[in-house]
Design a protein around this ligand. Structure first.
Ligand code: ADP
Length: 268
């Protein structure tokens, strides 16, 4: 993990150093700021769950026999949840480093997006519990040249966020259709939406919308990974707000490979 962090910081700095010599002093200050933002965020995200685990373990050790079973179970659940959170965070961080250092070269193959959506929904079932999920994938979508693992990760992160930020019992919509030379995937939720000035920044590493910070623990890496993976596969991803009600909309566009475009033209 430490190496991954060092790599990330070095990369940020290297990128900054590529810029014009004249700007060097300003950029050096920016590099410092970046490095310390990275460290603050990472140490906070590692410390908080660790403190929770340590606290729960200590209480269990000291009061194990005197404690009602329900309380014991609560503490064990805390340990489990915080461990999950830690491993999610470390996983995200490693994914991010892999993209940044170019280690994750998309393993592209012609894939059926409908199948990827199905597989992601199965994997996300535990996260989506308590939400209504409405899926509409138009038939006969062309095959796409994508890395199925990365694509699943992108969709999973978006579903995970929708479930995290939108209230229990609300509806999450996932649509897929063709729009000219692209296949569009769109996720809608009924949560608070995203402040208009933040619709681009939420894709930055470690950026979180402040007023939501206390609502849900997160890493601020999920969407940076979505964008990194999507762009590595030649696609785009953007965020917006719903017009009909409150809620966020995430739109992904993947290009239809030329051979597939010709095939559909021949068929019609
Ligand atoms: P995390 O969820 O771990 O904080 P992300 O990179 O996935 O990190 O998201 C960055 C920020 O974007 C979140 O902290 C949240 O403020 C905002 N966000 C993401 N998805 C949604 C959503 N579906 N509805 C509202 N806000 C969202």
């Amino acid at each position: 993990l430490y190496d991954a962090l060092a790599d990330l910081a070095a990369l940020a700095i290297e990128r900054i150093q590529l810029v014009d010599d004249l700007d060097r002093a300003r950029m050096a200050a920016e590099a410092d700021r970046l490095r310390s933002a990275l460290l603050t965020s990472v140490s906070h995200d590692l410390r908080t769950p660790l403190a929770g685990i340590k606290g729960a373990a200590g209480t269990l050790r000291d009061y194990y026999t005197a404690m009602p079973e329900a309380d014991r179970n609560d503490l064990l659940q805390t340990i489990e949840q915080e461990t999950d959170r830690l491993s999610r965070f470390i996983g995200n961080l490693l994914d991010m480093t892999r993209i940044e250092t170019g280690l994750t070269e998309p393993n592209a193959a012609l894939v059926d997006i409908d199948e990827i959506i199905g597989a992601t929904l199965t994997r996300a079932r535990p996260v989506l519990e308590g939400h209504k999920v409405r899926v509409s994938v138009l038939p006969d979508l062309p095959m796409l040249r994508l890395d199925p693992v990365l694509t699943e990760q992108v969709l999973f992160n978006l579903l995970d966020n929708a479930a995290k930020y939108a209230p229990h019992g609300s509806e999450i919509g996932l649509d897929a259709w063709r729009d000219g030379g692209a296949v569009v995937l769109q996720l809608r939720d009924e949560g608070p939406g995203i402040p208009p000035r933040d619709t681009e920044r939420i894709f930055d590493m470690f950026y979180r919308v402040r007023k939501l910070d206390h609502v849900q623990a997160g890493t601020g890496l999920g969407l940076a990974i979505c964008r990194g993976f999507t762009e590595a596969m030649g696609g785009t991803i953007t965020a917006a707000n719903r017009r009909d009600r409150s809620g966020a909309v995430f739109t992904i566009r993947f290009p239809v490979p030329v051979a597939e475009t010709q095939k559909t033209e021949e068929e019609t």
